[in-house]
Design a protein around this ligand. Structure first.
Ligand code: ZN
Length: 56
């Protein structure tokens, strides 16, 4: 029980971190002046790693 509570608290903390980091990356990608390199399937920005699929 105690171990389970500890694990649950740690999961909640890490999920909070994950959300925060995703937001940070999203912000960075929004402000980036992208420089894409293209492959046949997708293009990826070399600066912020934003990837766009070329498949529709
Ligand atoms: Zn970029």
């Amino acid at each position: 029980m105690k171990e389970a509570l500890r694990l649950r608290a740690e999961i909640a903390r890490l999920e909070g971190d994950l959300e925060r980091l995703k937001r940070q990356l999203h912000l960075l990608q929004n402000e980036c002046e992208h420089e894409f390199i293209e492959t046949p399937l997708a293009r990826t920005c070399t600066k912020c790693l934003q990837t766009e699929s070329l498949y529709y």
